[in-house]
Write a protein that binds this ligand. Structure first.
Ligand code: DX5
Ligand code: ZN
Length: 224
């Protein structure tokens, strides 16, 4: 079953409550919240105060994507703010297995995000402590970039590895997920879809309508 998660960095930052109310009506499955430190990626976005403010508006799970160096320093902060799941980048820590354990031991889901150039081999020994893998389909840092086509093969390879491993681990795709790219991601086995400027935060329609149109792509994909 696929899950849809709007990327809140792409929402209207001065009308966040209005946007979240609309997305609640559209019954999205999770909210994706991008955290950047200006070092791991060359940009800044949201922070723990934003996470706790959103927590006050919804009981839909909050998925915090940490694009920061040494994420182990801030896990507690984001859990206290209300994160229900946290992903850290494989490239951002020297102690990936420890960070994943740290997150899971607090009773929330732990994800590993991998940049487009990162090989899946780095995940071979951590599937037992991983709840989801985020395949970055663009280089992290900015919304509105182009999907990197070789990521379809990466999703497929990851799906095969997870199936062979035998424990349920979800595959999340993040970056330029929309009408052009959803069919390929779905056919290769992605489960969780981060929806940014390409699918939901578009000015040509309401947020509810954009979510509804996105759902139609999945119904079509399932028929193929
Ligand atoms: C990229 C972020 C994404 C991004 C998705 O660094 O992690 O969540 O906002 O937005 P689009 O769909 O515009 O790529
Ligand atoms: Zn993200």
């Amino acid at each position: 079953m696929y899950k849809l998660g709007p990327s809140l960095m792409c929402a209207d930052l001065v009308n966040m409550e209005r946007d979240i109310r609309a997305l609640e009506e559209a019954k999205v499955d999770f909210y994706h919240i991008d955290i950047m430190d200006g070092k791991f990626v060359p940009n800044f976005t949201l922070g723990p105060d934003f996470v706790s403010a959103v927590k006050g508006l919804t009981s839909t799970p909050l998925d915090v994507h940490l694009m920061i160096e040494e994420p182990e320093r801030y896990i507690d902060l984001f859990i206290e703010a209300g994160a229900d799941m946290i992903s850290v980048h494989q490239e951002s820590t020297k102690n990936l297995q420890r960070v994943l354990n740290l997150i899971r031991n607090k009773g929330i889901k732990a994800g590993v995000a991998v940049n487009p150039a990162t090989s899946l081999e780095f995940l071979d020994y951590i599937y037992d402590v991983t709840d989801y893998v985020v395949v970055m389909t663009v280089n992290p840092g900015f919304a509105g970039q182009k999907f990197i086509p070789s990521m379809y093969d990466k999703i497929k390879e990851l799906k095969e590895k997870i199936t062979a491993y035998g424990r349920p681990i979800e595959i999340q795709v993040d970056g330029n997920i929309g009408a052009e790219t959803i069919p390929g991601c779905l056919n290769n086995g992605a489960d969780m879809y981060v929806l940014g400027t390409s699918a939901v935060f578009r000015s040509d329609n309401t947020l509810q309508q954009n979510v509804a149109n996105t759902r139609k792509l999945f119904d079509k994909g399932a028929e193929v």
